[in-house]
Design a protein around this ligand. Structure first.
Ligand code: PPS
Ligand code: ADP
Length: 342
């Protein structure tokens, strides 16, 4: 067994696939290792005496398989279109091989879903479409589109890359933060109601509820709080990636992990997809409300490390929306959040 095994990211696995499929001569930039695995831990390549041998690349269909499949189905002289379908699908023949370059994107990426949906619409118009995702980088292709089509046994008809509707859908992470009793759950619940009334797909990840499921067993140390908030952010970012709205309402007292969640959301669902909502009710007001009797207990020392009393809350300086709740109704606050979404 090789001594060193390195896990490759999506872009590196795509580079291996290009090499294996004859779309690129060499693979550069791989970490030094004797063996390489993909994100699922499958052995994809080995290096022996400095020579790289690709074992298998499960994610990508090989050009030879695709071409053989087309021949087997009686497609003679196949025609390929690269990227998104043309604005006028009437330009396409009755049978078309759709080659969609998505190297570097994860297998469940929004760009893949968007392309698949666009080609599904072409199928709906009565054409036969063979959709194949290819390990080529859309923004900076490693091979010409004509050579790409030829590798898959087809002649290039045209391409639409970069100008199509392949951007991320308008998913959002609405991330509420604030002290216990500030009003996060109450306002978040009203925001959810209003979004549902608009027909939007919404998922609520409320702090208390998450702790009974996703984060069961975690406590309130800094490490556990950070883990809890990271998990919420991870799920929320994936909801937003596919156009959903994730509404999250943990205390999330630490700025650094809020920043990490912002980064995760924006890398999955695009810039501007993360909206930090600071429910800025003062400690005095939260304590006066003391809806769950927790502040009284914390003051008596019965709850250790209670946020605002014996544990920190780092006030955000990067909130997109700051909600004052004193003297305002829940509905007013919720509508202030929606106004930000436009
Ligand atoms: N030590 C301590 N500090 C703060 N809060 C505590 C603590 N122990 C239990 N609780 C209850 O847990 C709720 C906060 O959980 P969160 O998951 O939102 O917190 S965190 O984001 O992980 O910091 C919080 O709920 P909310 O009042 O809805 O905010 C409290 O009910
Ligand atoms: N403008 C307001 N927005 C939200 N909550 C408010 C407002 N005014 C008063 N409240 C009250 O404050 C409490 C907030 O509790 P909750 O939503 O559970 O807070 P959190 O989820 O932040 O712990 C509720 O009892 C709610 O009725």
């Amino acid at each position: 067994m090789p001594d060193t095994r390195s896990r490759l990211d999506d872009a590196e696995v795509a580079a291996l696939a290009r090499h294996a499929f004859g779309l690129a001569e060499a693979v550069s930039g791989l970490p030094t290792a004797e063996a390489y695995e993909d994100a699922q831990g499958v052995l994809v390549a080995v290096r022996e005496d400095g020579r790289l041998t690709v074992v298998e690349v499960p994610r990508w269909r090989s050009p030879a398989d695709v071409a053989a499949g087309l021949t087997g189905r009686g497609w003679t002289d196949p025609v390929a279109w690269v990227g998104h379908p043309p604005a006028d699908a009437g330009e396409l023949p009755a049978r078309v091989l759709a080659l969609v370059p998505v190297a570097g994107a994860p297998a469940d990426s929004a760009s893949m879903s968007a392309a698949a949906a666009a080609w599904a619409a072409v199928r709906g118009s009565g054409r036969e479409v063979e959709l194949v995702f290819v390990p080529v980088t859309a923004a900076a292709p490693e091979v010409s589109w004509a050579s790409l089509a030829a590798a898959y046994g087809a002649t290039l008809l045209g391409s639409r890359v970069g100008s199509g509707p392949e951007g991320p859908p308008a998913g959002r992470v609405l991330f509420f933060t604030g002290l216990s009793g500030a009003g996060k759950s109450t306002i978040a619940a009203r925001v959810v109601e209003l979004l549902v009334e608009e027909g939007r797909g919404v998922t609520l990840l409320d702090g208390d509820e998450v702790r009974h499921h996703l984060s069961a067993g975690l406590g309130f140390s800094r490490a556990d709080r950070d883990t809890n908030v990271e998990r919420i952010g991870w799920v929320a970012a994936r909801i937003a990636k596919h156009g959903g709205i994730a509404v999250c309402a943990p205390i999330a007292p630490y700025a650094s992990v809020r920043g990490a969640v912002r980064h995760e959301a924006e890398s999955q669902a695009g810039p501007g997809s993360f909206v930090l909502v600071h429910v800025a009710t003062s400690l005095a007001d939260c304590e006066e409300r003391d809806r769950k009797g927790l502040y009284a207990k914390a003051r008596r020392g019965e709850i250790p490390a209670f946020t605002g009393i014996s544990d920190p809350y780092e006030v955000p300086v990067d909130a997109e929306v700051t909600l004052e709740t004193r003297g305002r109704t829940v509905d007013e606050c919720a509508r202030q959040v929606l106004a930000h979404l436009g």
